[in-house]
Design a protein around this ligand. Structure first.
Ligand code: GLN
Length: 511
């Protein structure tokens, strides 16, 4: 494997800035890697054929003396839920096949102007509905730790791109865990910022009160560096928070000293019992807590009695909002149009298009959502779910009066097998047990690799949640834990990943 692709985004940025390596070389190395392994993994839906031109432009800017940011010249994988003006955007759906956006999502535009090189668009569950990437209309992404297993979802493509060294860093979106849970099952880092902290302008809306864009990376510092670039107020997004944020990269660097752990109050939820987790996941979590405690953290039991109702509330609120957001895919404005035989009415065309263009999970949620919103059921379902949401927010508010962060495993199990849960939506939904509450509360959450499960040897992540607007705290704590584990393991968790079959075809050309 080439040394270039093993480097973290921060290191690549430094070397490019110092003129030790060019963005063209770095981009080429990643394109080669994609060519080598993506046939096996299916992380990318589209590879950007102008990536090298963009890299060349950054190299020219540097050569002409322009002072560039910390990630200038670094390649970036982009979840296909984010629109791009130079590459197709499908959101994992047939209904948008061939769609070209006339503009870039704000986060993409910001990344480009900071000199990041758009490498391509990554696979995802259709319209970000799912926890395994199996709901993509373009086939599942495979987990590089074991290609018979899922990479998590909906952002499995972004997590795998990063985990398999196809991209040093990626953009994702998280509505109920889609950045954090793929990070957990692939041994990578995933951060869901505070709701409103990062612009969603140009992120294809699924559930607008929950959606949040954020970074996926191999290290906490890399996530922080990307967050610094994409975050902050955007006048194009009416839910964007007005404040200026601290530099998250500073928080991550400061956190790596471990100082933050001294006296840190880490809340552990009483109501989450071991029986809700795979034994190897529960054990890894216990070990993480012991490690934090050994370095000065205080483990505090907290009660958040409504936390576990998050899944039930989410799977009413989410479909309700999604059914409304997806109404715009009507065959008139975007993408696919299917015209039935005879003399069809507009409604016939819309219905034939949506029947052909949407996959089963999207249809399930549209039906569920319209039902939950319909007259007579609105109060019973949607209204009740919103009340539960408020109770969860209050639980978290109260918990944060006693603790600085809340910790839990990022998901109940390690990566499950492809095909194992696809026919059982409820089983799939229960996977989001610990990630959903942060979305319901608008709070930031991060998943950091914490070890391999003792029962199946697959990656486990620990999730930390902080109060709204305290994203910097998560970078401090995440970087502190990461530094301790790197010491323990002599590297990142990802260094323990097995070789891919396609890597064994390597005839040295890439080395
Ligand atoms: N798994 C969750 C769902 O299916 C979360 C998806 C997401 O965060 N985009 O809705």
């Amino acid at each position: 494997m080439s040394d270039i692709i093993r480097m973290h985004a921060a290191q690549l940025g430094e070397k490019i800035a110092a003129g030790e390596i060019s963005s063209v070389e770095v981009t080429q190395a990643h394109l080669d890697r994609i060519a080598q392994v993506d046939g096996e993994l299916n992380a990318f839906l589209h590879v950007n054929d102008s990536a090298l031109d963009a890299a060349r432009a950054v190299d020219e800017r540097r050569a002409s003396g322009e002072k560039l940011g910390p990630l200038a010249g670094v390649p970036l994988a982009i979840k296909d839920v984010l629109v791009t003006n130079d590459q197709p955007t499908t959101s994992g759906s047939r209904i948008l096949e061939g769609y070209m956006s006339p503009f870039d999502a704000t986060v993409v535009a910001r990344a480009r102007s900071a000199g990041l090189v758009a490498l391509g668009k990554t696979n995802m569950d259709e319209f970000a509905m799912g926890s395994s990437t199996e709901h993509s209309a373009f086939g599942p992404t495979k987990n590089p730790w074991d290609t018979t297993r899922v990479p998590g979802g909906s952002g499995g493509g972004s997590a795998v791109a990063v985990a398999a060294y196809e991209a040093p860093i990626a953009l994702g979106s998280d509505t109920g865990g889609s950045i954090r849970q793929p990070a957990h099952v692939t041994g990578t880092v995933g951060m869901k910022p505070t709701y409103g902290g990062v612009s969603r302008y140009g992120a294809i809306a699924m559930a607008s009160s929950l959606d949040q864009v954020g970074p996926a990376s191999r290290t906490v510092l890399d996530a922080a560096l990307l967050h610094d670039i994409i975050g902050g107020h955007d006048p194009h997004d009416s839910t964007s928070l007005p404040e200026t944020w601290p530099l998250f990269a500073d928080a991550a660097r400061e956190g790596a000293t471990g100082e933050v752990l001294r006296g840190l109050r880490v809340g552990v939820i009483k109501e989450l019992s071991d029986s809700q987790f795979q034994p190897g996941v529960a054990e890894s979590f216990r070990q993480t807590l012991e490690l934090l405690q050994a370095h000065g953290a205080e483990i505090v039991e907290i009660s958040t009695p409504h936390f576990e109702y998050g899944v039930a509330a989410y799977y009413l609120i989410h479909p309700a909002e999604a059914s409304s957001n997806l109404a715009k895919f009507d065959s008139v404005r975007f993408g696919l149009r299917v015209t039935p035989e005879g003399s069809p009415t507009v409604e016939d065309v819309m219905s034939a298009t949506r029947a052909a263009g949407f996959g089963p999970e999207v249809k399930r949620r549209v039906i569920l959502g319209t039902y939950a919103l319909s007259a007579g059921y609105y109060d019973a379902y949607y209204g009740s779910a919103q009340k539960v949401r408020t109770l969860i927010q209050r639980d978290l508010d109260q918990a944060f009066s006693a603790v600085d962060v809340i910790a839990s495993p990022a998901a109940p199990t390690t990566a499950f097998r492809i095909g194992e849960r696809i026919d059982d939506p409820l089983k799939m939904y229960l996977n989001d047990l610990t990630t959903i509450p942060a979305n319901l509360a608008g709070a930031p959450g991060i998943s950091v690799p914490s070890g391999l499960a003792s029962d199946d040897g697959l990656p486990v992540g620990v999730q930390f949640i902080a109060p709204v607007r305290e994203d910097a705290r998560l970078y401090r704590v995440g970087a502190a834990l990461e530094a301790l584990l790197v010491d323990q393991w002599g590297g990142l968790l990802l260094d323990k990943a097995p070789r891919l079959a396609s890597e064994n075809d390597d005839r040295g050309g890439n080395k």
